[in-house]
Design a protein around this ligand. Structure first.
Ligand code: F6P
Ligand code: MN
Length: 333
């Protein structure tokens, strides 16, 4: 039998689990944005979308043309769902309001429209990440404060990976499911249900070039992994680094492992590289739903109350056993 389409899945969720139609509409709008971004990504140089846009984002990073295009696609597709009161994006310094001529709704959305930007021009996997929060007020006039909610409030989260296949990974809170886009029909179809991440791991992901800047807890944890079967962990570990968080998470969900982006001594005032609201919190929600864990080395990422929409955070996520261990090493210092 042909697997369920995303639309059929969302209808079933409405009928059987009381999913709010406005939330279903929002998720469908996101899937539409992802399909459009995926199409630009696939065309690459043929569509003239590669290279720099000539601008910087709020984090001071050079924006690629595709970063800007993806952001615009997301904003428009989401605004049209009439399901949100506002948006925040990794690529935009301020809160994005819904245009006055369009209705607002009871949700807020946070997104990284194109994650893994350094992979864009070299045709390696990239993705889009999103999370959906309740709107404290249904208004056209949202402010930063409305978004400063801990990840525990996330009602739905997911990502779309643009790799050899375009896949949408989604949680509405109860379980984690994966859809694969059928290139012939453009429909996202349910290809995996009840995704679970294994508790133990034999693979780790970290940018080793930063080793000399890591904190002692991370030095200790990684050095034990590197000692392999002869060391305290008594097994050999493999290492992978794709440099796109979406792709690392996608691998870990299917093959196990731990992903780390620790804080580092080059920027003592900066608590990590990754963004709490656009990257860490949605991925933490996904990991916890799949039975894994996610901390900043000290506490679950989902418990952190953001102080600002572009806040950064250290990230340790994936297999529970490994995340627990590296978190204990931080606490032991
Ligand atoms: O968005 C930030 C990001 O591109 C992540 O997707 C990825 O995990 C990380 O940065 C890669 O960092 P680095 O360039 O230090 O390897
Ligand atoms: Mn990113």
């Amino acid at each position: 039998m042909t697997p369920f389409s995303l639309q059929q899945y969302l209808s079933l969720e409405q009928r059987e689990h009381g999913l709010d139609p406005a939330l279903a509409r929002l998720i469908f709008g996101i899937s539409d944005a992802c399909a459009m971004i995926g199409s630009k990504v696939r065309s690459g140089a043929l569509a003239g979308v590669l290279g720099l846009a000539g601008t910087e984002n709020v984090q001071g990073e050079d924006q690629k043309k595709l970063d800007v295009i993806s952001n615009d696609i997301f904003v428009e597709a989401v605004a049209r769902t009439a399901s949100v009161s506002g948006m925040v994006s990794e690529e935009v310094d301020h809160v994005i309001r819904v245009p006055d001529e369009l209705p607002v709704g009871p949700y807020l959305i946070c997104f990284d429209p194109l994650d893994g930007s350094s992979n864009i021009d070299i045709n390696v996997s990239i993705g889009s990440i999103f999370s959906i929060l309740p709107a404290p007020r249904i208004t056209h006039d949202v402010s930063d404060a409305d978004f400063l909610q801990p990840g525990r409030n996330i009602l739905a989260a997911g990502y779309c990976i643009y790799g050899p296949q375009t896949q949408l990974v989604l949680t509405l809170g109860r379980s984690l499911v994966m859809f694969t886009r059928d290139p012939a029909t453009g429909t996202f179809r349910l290809t995996r249900e009840e995704v679970k991440v294994s508790e133990s791991a034999k693979e780790f992901a970290i940018n080793m070039s930063n080793q000399r800047f890591w904190e002692p807890a991370v030095q200790r944890y990684v050095s034990e992994l590197l000692q392999g079967a002869e060391g305290p962990r008594a097994k050999n570990y493999n290492m992978r680094w794709i440099a796109a968080m979406v792709a690392e998470v996608h691998r870990i969900l299917q093959r196990g492992g731990i992903f780390m982006y620790p804080r580092d001594s080059r920027n003592p005032d900066r608590p990590g590289k990754l963004r709490l609201m656009y990257e860490a919190a949605p991925m933490a929600k996904i990991m916890e739903t799949a039975g894994g864990a996610a901390t900043n080395g000290l506490q679950p990422i989902l418990d952190i109350v953001p102080q600002g929409i572009h806040e950064r955070v250290a990230v340790f996520l994936g297999a529970k056993e490994e995340v627990t261990r590296v978190t204990e090493y931080h606490k032991a210092k």
